[in-house]
Design a protein around this ligand. Structure first.
Ligand code: NIG
Ligand code: FE
Length: 412
C-alpha cells in the first residue's frame, strides 16, 4: 500500500451508521454499529480498514514504518459531521435585533420593517469579496471545532449580481458546497416587487451562479416568495442544471411540501408548521426532510414533527441553519442534543441524520457519513467514554480532535 497512512488506534468506542444504503429511513435510521476498543486505518484521503484492536495485525504489519499513529485512548470516534444547511456567507451580526426579540419583538415583524434578512444584506454588500471570504473562512473554523468536516452554505444575503456570486465563490474558496439562495428576500431597491426581482435574478445571476453552485434554494413563506414564484425560480434553476432545495413550512404551510415533491427537490427544510398531510406526503417521496431545531429554539417556534416523520418512513436529516438571525449556532452536537431532548429522536437517529442522510442531501452519501472502507477519511474524536455524549453532553466541549481527508487538523 503506497501513500501516507494514518492509524487512529485504541478508540474507546467507534460509532458509525450501519450498512451502505442512503438515505436511511424508519428503523434503519437508528441502526448504529458500535465497536469497542477499535481502530481506523486511513490510506491517503480514504478509509482503508476499520476494526477491533485485536484484529489490527490482519491489516497491518507490526513493523510498518510508514504509518503515522494517533492515540485515541479514552476517546470515541464518529464520522465527520455533515452540515447540509447553513447560511455561512454573511457579514456583520444581528445582536441588536436579538436583544429586541428577547424583549418581545417578533422575527417576522422585524423582517417586514426592513430589518432581519435585509439588515444582513446591507452588511454583506458592504463587506466586499475579501471581507466575505474572511467571514466564511472564520465560520468554517467555528464549524470544524464542533466536528463539522463538510458544510453546505447558501448565498442569499447579496441579492445583487456581484454579492451573490462573490458569496458563492467565497463558500467554494473555504471548501464549502455552495447553494444559490437567490430567492431569499426581495432586495430593498425593488420595493417588494418579487416578480421584477425574479426577472433580474434569473436573467442576470442564474447563468453564472449555476456554474459555481450545486443547488438552488428558495424561501417559500408569507412575506417572502409564494408557491407560484418559487415554482418559477426552481424550474429555471433546474433547467440550468442545479439540484433543488426549499425553505418551507417555517411559519406557515404555503405549499412547499407538494412543490418539492412535484419538482423532485433534494430536500425541504424547516417544517416547523408541517401538518399530518405533509408528513404523509414526505414519507411517500424521495424528498429529504431537513430539520433545524436550533432555529426553532432560537425563534421560540414549535419543533418540527420529527418523530412522526421518521415513524412514517420519511428520510430525515439534521442541520444547524447557522445564520445571524434565526440560528446563530454552528454546533451539530448541540443540534443532536436538541434532537434527543426536543425532537424525540434517539442519539443513534440523530447521528445518522447529520452524517449519512445529510451527505445524501448533498449528493455525497457514497463517500461521506460513515466510518467504513472506501469512505472519505473524515472523523471526529470525542472527549467522551461513550459516543452518545454527542447528544448527551449539552453544549459540552466535546470535540477533542478532527481528521479531515486522512490528516489531523488543528482546531484552535
Ligand atoms: O433559514 N428563513 C429564512 N432564512 C433563514 C434565516 C435568515 C435570517 O434570519 O437571516 C433561515 O432561518
Ligand atoms: Fe435556512
Amino acid at each position: 500500500m503506497s501513500g501516507l497512512r494514518l492509524l487512529v488506534r485504541d478508540v474507546a468506542q467507534l460509532a458509525t451508521p450501519a450498512g451502505r444504503e442512503a438515505p436511511l429511513r424508519g428503523r434503519d435510521l437508528g441502526a448504529v454499529e458500535v465497536l469497542e476498543d477499535a481502530f481506523v486505518l486511513c490510506a491517503g484521503e480514504t478509509i482503508e480498514a476499520v476494526g477491533r484492536m485485536r484484529d489490527l495485525s490482519r491489516v497491518l504489519e507490526p513493523r510498518d514504518h510508514e504509518v503515522v499513529e494517533v492515540d485515541a485512548r479514552g476517546r470515541c470516534a464518529i464520522p465527520g459531521l455533515v452540515d447540509c444547511h447553513t447560511h455561512a456567507a454573511f457579514a456583520g451580526d444581528r445582536v441588536e435585533e436579538f436583544a429586541l426579540r428577547a424583549a418581545g419583538a417578533s422575527y417576522e415583524a422585524l423582517h417586514a420593517r426592513g430589518g432581519g434578512i435585509l439588515a444582513t444584506v446591507r452588511a454583506t454588500r458592504a463587506a466586499g469579496e475579501e471581507g466575505l471570504r474572511a467571514a466564511v473562512e472564520r465560520h468554517r473554523r467555528w464549524m470544524l471545532r464542533h466536528g463539522t468536516t463538510t458544510f453546505e452554505a447558501k448565498s442569499g444575503y447579496g441579492l445583487d449580481r456581484e454579492t451573490e456570486l462573490a458569496s458563492l465563490r467565497a463558500i467554494r474558496a473555504a471548501g464549502g458546497i455552495p447553494t444559490w439562495l437567490g430567492a431569499h428576500a426581495v432586495p430593498p431597491e425593488l420595493d417588494g416587487d418579487a416578480g421584477a426581482y425574479l426577472d433580474f435574478a434569473l436573467a442576470e445571476v442564474l447563468p453564472e451562479a449555476a456554474r459555481i453552485a450545486e443547488a438552488a434554494d428558495v424561501f417559500l413563506e408569507r412575506g417572502a416568495f409564494d408557491a407560484a414564484q418559487a415554482r418559477r425560480y426552481l424550474t429555471a434553476c433546474r433547467e440550468a442544471g442545479l439540484a433543488l432545495r426549499l425553505h418551507g413550512d417555517q411559519f406557515s404551510e404555503q405549499g412547499a411540501v407538494p412543490l418539492a415533491i412535484e419538482l423532485g427537490a433534494r430536500s425541504v427544510d424547516h417544517l416547523e408548521a408541517t401538518g399530518p398531510d405533509g408528513v404523509r406526503a414526505l414519507a411517500r417521496s424521495d424528498v429529504t426532510a431537513v430539520l433545524l431545531p436550533a432555529s426553532a429554539l432560537f425563534l421560540g417556534q414549535p419543533m418540527p414533527p420529527a418523530r412522526a416523520l421518521v415513524d412514517a418512513g420519511a428520510a430525515v436529516a439534521l442541520a444547524t441553519d447557522f445564520n445571524p438571525g434565526s440560528a446563530f449556532c454552528e454546533s451539530l452536537p448541540l443540534c443532536c442534543s436538541l434532537a434527543a431532548t426536543q425532537l424525540r429522536l434517539s442519539p443513534a437517529e440523530a447521528l445518522a441524520a447529520c452524517t449519512v442522510n445529510a451527505a445524501h442531501v448533498l449528493g455525497r452519501a457514497d463517500r461521506l457519513g460513515r466510518l467504513a472502507p472506501g469512505y472519505r477519511a473524515d472523523l471526529v474524536l470525542l472527549d467522551a467514554p461513550d459516543w452518545r455524549y454527542l447528544a448527551y453532553h449539552l453544549a459540552g466541549d466535546l470535540v477533542a480532535a478532527t481528521i479531515v481527508g486522512g490528516s489531523p487538523v488543528e482546531l484552535r
